[in-house]
Design a protein around this ligand. Structure first.
Ligand SMILES: NC(=O)c1ccc[n+]([C@@H]2O[C@H](COP(=O)([O-])OP(=O)(O)OC[C@H]3O[C@@H](n4cnc5c(N)ncnc54)[C@H](OP(=O)(O)O)[C@@H]3O)[C@@H](O)[C@H]2O)c1
Length: 286
């Protein structure tokens, strides 16, 4: 079902860029809105852009994403992820446009130790997680036609991310000490974009969990990233490397709803990672 008019916020970001390319490749008309063209905290600008472009759906990838820094600037993080999302939701409500909001596994506290379902209680531990949940609530408060897509541990082309950090450190011969007691599902922006593109074709609105398949910890993930570089990776515990924001110990999500809705399995995190590493070798990725 191509030929939708799709407006993507945060189109200059890591996921935004991957999603724009994926949606265009499927034949949609994509209105890519980087921050310079659409600041979601500016309600007047939001309304003007929606009126001008009359999209069939908005895919909201813009966000404040600095998880640790958010602890020291909560007002800014809430302003962008809370109010910014609410601005879009209110405008979408007035103009009767559905909205897809990208959210995070960090809305959970990680104490369940089994995959979180879409109906499990949210309980964010960090300011960032709280701001993403504020965005979810704004979407649900104002709209009937919405998708909330929670994802996790993103990496991909054109972004600062864990895979690129580990590769850079390994290539510089720096010691790699990585936490082994936080579990989750690494997810490539390229495979997530395919899932989102499939989901919007269904027009079955609701809350979804979307990550690559499987479970690992950051240490095992790092080892897989450098598997052919002969780099040594040492496991450490979270207490050995304190950071401003508390992360959930186990933020794996149950993706059954998404799989049944789009009618296909999701790739494993290992397959997605190796496809990405291969792509990096054949193209120069930033
Ligand atoms: N990265 C992850 O591991 C992860 C995990 C789970 C969920 N998510 C969610 O996935 C989505 C995409 O994340 P990402 O990794 O692609 O992050 P990203 O690369 O940081 O992209 C976010 C984009 O939003 C822009 N932005 C910030 N404030 C804005 C504003 N007021 N108005 C418009 N645009 C604004 C940023 O621009 P500037 O660069 O100029 O600030 C950036 O281009 C976000 O909703 C994030 O919360 C990410």
């Amino acid at each position: 079902m191509a030929d939708k008019r799709l407006l993507v916020t945060g189109a200059g970001g890591m996921l935004g860029q991957a999603l724009v390319a994926c949606l265009e490749s499927r034949g949609h008309v994509v209105i890519a809105m980087p921050r310079e063209k659409l600041d979601v905290t500016n309600y007047e600008q939001v309304v003007n852009q929606l009126n001008q472009h009359t999209p069939d759906l908005i895919l909201h990838c813009a966000a404040y994403t600095k998880v640790d820094q958010a602890e020291s600037e909560p007002d800014l993080a809430f302003f962008i992820n809370g109010y910014g999302t609410e601005n879009l939701a209110v405008a979408c409500n007035h103009l009767n446009i559905p909205l897809l909001y990208v959210s995070s596994d960090y809305v959970f506290d990680g104490e369940k130790n089994r995959p979180y379902t879409t109906w499990d209680e949210t309980k964010p531990l960090s300011i960032y997680g709280k701001t993403k949940l504020a965005g979810e609530r704004a979407v649900m408060r104002h709209l009937r036609r919405f998708y909330i897509v929670r994802t996790s541990w993103l990496y991909g082309p054109n972004g600062k991310n864990f895979v690129e950090t580990i590769l850079t450190m390994a290539n510089e011969g720096k010691p790699l000490r990585v936490v082994a007691d936080q579990f989750g599902s690494p997810t490539c922006t390229l495979s997530l974009s395919e899932s989102i593109a499939d989901l919007i074709d269904t027009e079955r609105f609701g809350v979804y969990h979307a990550s690559d398949d499987g479970v690992t910890n950051w240490y095992e993930f790092a080892k897989e990233i450098v598997w052919d570089l002969k780099a040594q990776v040492s496991p450490i515990q979270t207490v050995d490397m304190p950071r401003p924001a508390t992360r959930p110990k186990y933020s794996v999500m149950d993706k059954t709803t998404l799989i049944n809705t789009i009618g296909r399995e999701l790739p494993t995190w290992q397959d997605s990672l190796h496809a990405y590493l291969q792509l990096r070798k054949t193209k120069t990725l930033a």
